[in-house]
Ligand binder design. Structure first.
Ligand SMILES: [Zn+2]
Length: 160
């Protein structure tokens, strides 16, 4: 029994290491799709199907599902958002003036823009290149975790 547990643990660890670059690649691809608008959400389906598909978010049924809803508002994704967004915001506020943050990054649309591409804010928030790299990485992870949770919830709903 003990030996079996050890073997399983060992395999899992190797698997993780080997798949690390692949996971990073997947995160980057998801983010790129969101940035370019080719990540299809319910409101996109609505447009593409000439209004046959409902634009309402299938996860929460409270708002139309667009990228701002997914990134900043959907209550079903709030636990994931809390965990990774708070981390990202802390990183930023450790380095920049909170007044600047409140001036330039004060609504859902701006926060979504920041997470999708923090280069948009390099000038206005006066962010160093080093911090840009960190925010970029945290943003990529946040978007990927939201994506993973969204897929998980949608799959569970479809299997009902
Ligand atoms: Zn929702």
């Amino acid at each position: 029994m003990n030996i079996e547990n050890l073997e399983i643990g060992k395999t899992a660890q190797v698997w993780n290491l080997q798949n690390q670059p692949r996971l990073e690649l997947r995160k980057a691809i998801i983010k790129a799709r969101m940035m370019t608008g080719s990540y299809i959400l319910q409101s996109d389906k609505h447009k593409f199907t000439h209004f046959i598909a409902e634009p309402i978010c299938q996860l929460c049924n409270t708002e139309n599902e667009d990228i701002v809803h997914m990134v900043t508002s959907c209550p079903v994704l709030s636990a994931v958002r809390e965990k990774y967004y708070v981390e990202m915001k802390k990183e930023i506020l450790d380095s920049i003036d909170p007044i600047k943050w409140n001036t330039f990054c004060c609504n859902k649309m701006e926060i979504t823009r920041l997470i999708l591409d923090c280069n948009n804010f390099k000038g206005t928030l006066n962010i160093s290149s080093e911090l840009i790299t960190k925010i970029e990485e945290k943003g990529r992870n946040l978007l990927f975790q939201l994506h993973a949770k969204r897929i998980e919830v949608l799959n569970a709903l479809n299997n009902k």
